[in-house]
Design a protein around this ligand. Structure first.
Ligand SMILES: Nc1ncnc2c1ncn2[C@@H]1O[C@H](COP(=O)(O)OP(=O)(O)O)[C@@H](O)[C@H]1O
Ligand SMILES: [Mg+2]
Length: 315
């Protein structure tokens, strides 16, 4: 009898332990979902993200999280909803952007609900499209892993220790390092331009210092060179922001004129991705057939769009 009770007792203990374990797992699961930021839940449900590890940064227009996707640590950029964003003169940036169809274009112009939604989607798509386009053009940007319900999944840029990389603004540089990084970034600006893109918000806050050098981020406001009348001034501003920042460490940069040089080369049809810049601007650089250059850029862009569509079809 005593033995029997003993056994029963053991069995119920085992039963209790199993229930506890199950309960524990359920609580952990619920906790996991409760802790998961609402905007990332669809990605967790879809299996695109396995775990949200932590919030990395809450910026002007987005919140960035460190996430685990299988064995990889990546980051997820969640755009703030339109009304929480500072829409920084959206019209200025959107000029010349392609819209999928004329119904969308009309709705966007009228500002209907469908139109606003289409505009919001178009805005969010720009960053991931631009990331793919720039990577193809050989610009060092985070590798993109897709866009889902207002969230871009991308490579987490890291420093030599594997931690999230600091922004340019967060690091101290020697004069030699500043000159070196500045040279790299001017080259990147040229590469972007050859791919038909101007960043539009380039500064020490939107460049990370990764283990392999500077990495350009934050591209939802990227500007199409072709068809945007503000392209010249935006390029000038991007180049000036970067140059002014580096001239703190390398004062000789303050008197350079990379922006004007680059624009004149583009207008003269002389710009190519790997060209050596001087930082000097001679007004006699031929500012010839701008129309032809624009046509070429548009054609290159159309080719690239077709490639992207083809790739998307391949899945
Ligand atoms: N791919 C990335 N790898 C590492 N950190 C990133 C990455 N993307 C963004 N961050 C961090 O998140 C911050 C905000 O991202 P950003 O794209 O600049 O958006 P915002 O428009 O809010 O400024 C950045 O300053 C950077 O610190
Ligand atoms: Mg930013």
């Amino acid at each position: 009898m005593r033995v029997g009770m003993h056994r029963e007792c053991h069995a119920s203990l085992r039963h209790d332990a199993a229930t506890q374990l199950q309960l524990g797992r359920r609580v952990a699961l619920i906790g996991h979902f409760l802790k998961t930021p609402r905007r990332l839940l669809p990605l967790v449900h879809e299996g695109l993200v396995d775990e949200v590890m932590r919030q990395l940064m809450s910026g002007k227009e987005a919140v960035v999280y460190v996430v685990r996707c299988g064995d990889d640590v990546r980051c997820a950029k969640v755009y703030k909803e339109a009304n929480r964003r500072s829409f920084r003169q959206a019209a200025l940036y959107q000029e010349g952007r392609k819209v999928k169809n004329s119904r969308q274009a009309r709705a966007m112009a009228k500002g209907t609900r469908y139109g606003r939604q289409a505009q919001e989607e178009a805005w969010q798509n720009v960053e991931v499209d631009t990331l793919y386009r720039l990577a193809t053009a050989g610009v060092r940007v985070p590798r993109a892993y897709g866009f889902f319900q207002g969230v871009v999944l991308m490579e987490l840029v890291t420093d030599a220790e594997g931690n999230a990389a600091p922004r340019l603004n967060d690091v101290e540089l020697t004069e030699a390092q500043a000159l070196h990084y500045h040279g790299i970034l001017m080259q990147e600006v040229v590469r972007m331009l050859c791919a038909g893109v101007i960043h539009g918000d380039l500064s020490e806050y939107n460049v990370l210092v990764g283990s392999d050098g500077p990495v350009i981020i934050d591209l939802p406001q990227a500007v199409d060179v072709a068809g945007n009348n503000n392209a010249a001034s935006m390029l000038q501003r991007d180049v000036e922001n970067i140059t002014t920042y580096f001239s703190r460490f390398a004062p000789t940069l303050a008197s350079t004129q990379y922006g004007k040089e680059i624009w004149a080369l583009l207008q003269g049809g002389l710009l190519h991705p790997d060209m050596k810049l001087t930082g000097h601007f001679r007004s006699e650089v031929r500012s010839a057939d701008v129309g032809a250059v624009m046509l070429e850029i548009t054609a290159a862009q159309d080719d690239e769009d077709a490639r992207q569509r083809f790739r998307a079809q391949l899945g």
